[in-house]
Design a protein around this ligand. Structure first.
Ligand code: SF4
Length: 358
């Protein structure tokens, strides 16, 4: 790709760029609103911007870099998009419809190196980080889809929970958050944005220092190091104790509750003893930590894991509640499509390989 993605610029960067080229600072907001509010696909559509500025932008930037490869729509309104990047790589983005609004789950890397043992995406090693523009454009593509469907509702919530470890793509993640929060554009409030990490404790501390005030979710999935290291090999690098220290730091710097994500795996991490251990681990952080219990979506490649029985899930939930822990059960979206993280992408890649070899 010769030209840069316009979506990769923060408003400050655009202002500086235009001023350096002899344009007024106010021009930046004008252009920004055309792109993010009126969702133009070409700079030439910005009818009240002077021709010289339009030409300058068109010489250096492109607006569209992603192409929709395919899309799956579930009965509950969940839409899963597979986008092709300029270099041919495929990424997934999911639109979910909730009572509280529309949320989009974005991908931050092509593949992932964290290698969580239950994850379909972890089977595809990281090829590269996504640029900030490529992450922003996923939301804009969903916005354009809503336009095509004549839907007035806009994306109100963003979860950075798709393929990849967001904190391993730190600089681009920060720019992405600044861009989507910008009130002249998408204006997504910090309290409506959640960044999910596998628990890179050092990066959580760095992230706390950015003071972006977004919600943080940490994939815990086990209440002790022995079990967590079996489920998530990243635990051999950052232990649960290191993560909990980083949690304390994040809470001290940000006025947000932290969510601990916990996928319930049958006969693995779902016993009453595990629930009690988890309650003890959270201990005096009860008021600031929420546990999100997630039913496991079985993946063909990880047949060693099964979804917990309903009874085990209920008991686990009740024990946490009895111990005063805020606890929620994640709603399932799009169970009639390839809903587990990375499933659509890995399926498409497998099919393409089979076709190439067939
Ligand atoms: S769960 Fe997330 S961090 Fe873990 S392998 Fe999958 S994509 Fe990577």
């Amino acid at each position: 790709m010769n030209k840069a993605s316009f979506y990769g610029l923060t408003l400050n960067q655009l202002e500086t760029w235009l001023i350096e080229r002899g344009h007024k600072k106010s021009r930046a907001v004008q252009v920004w609103q055309w792109v993010y509010r009126k969702r133009v696909m070409y700079f030439s559509e910005m009818t009240d911007v002077n021709k010289e500025c339009i030409q300058l932008l068109a010489d250096h930037f492109v607006i569209e870099t992603l192409k929709e490869h395919c899309r799956q729509e579930a009965a509950d309104g969940t839409v899963k998009f597979l986008f092709q990047l300029f270099d041919g790589n495929l990424i997934e983005t999911v639109l979910m419809r909730n009572k509280f609004g529309l949320s989009v789950c974005v991908t931050t890397q092509v593949g992932c190196n964290i290698g969580c043992s239950f994850c379909a995406s972890g089977l595809l090693k990281k090829k590269r980080d996504l640029s900030s523009g490529e992450i922003v454009e996923q939301i804009m593509k969903v916005e354009q889809y809503l336009d095509q469907e004549n839907q007035e509702e806009r994306v109100s919530h963003v979860v950075v929970m798709g393929i990849g470890e967001p904190l391993d793509n730190f600089g681009n993640l920060i720019d992405f958050l600044l861009i989507i929060k910008e009130h002249n554009g998408l204006a997504i409030a910090a309290r409506r944005i959640t960044v999910s990490t596998s628990g890179l404790a050092d990066r959580i501390v760095e992230f706390a220092d950015t003071n972006l005030q977004v919600n943080l979710a940490i994939s815990l999935h086990a209440p002790n190091n022995e079990l967590r290291s079996r489920i998530m090999k990243i635990n051999r690098v950052f232990s649960i104790e290191q993560i909990m220290q980083a949690v304390d730091y994040y809470l001290a710097k940000n006025n947000r509750r932290i969510t601990l994500e916990y996928i319930l795996l049958k006969d693995m991490n779902d016993s009453s003893q595990h629930a009690l251990e988890l309650a003890e681990l959270i201990g005096d952080k009860k008021k600031s930590v929420n546990v999100n219990l997630i039913p496991y979506n079985p993946v063909d490649e990880h047949s060693q894991y099964q979804r917990s029985e309903l009874e085990a899930m209920r008991t686990f939930y009740d024990i946490l509640k009895k111990n005063g822990i805020h606890c929620s059960k994640r709603l399932e979206h799009g169970t009639d499509i390839d809903a587990a993280c990375g499933q659509l992408r890995s399926k498409q890649i497998k099919e393409a390989r089979q076709n190439n070899h067939g």
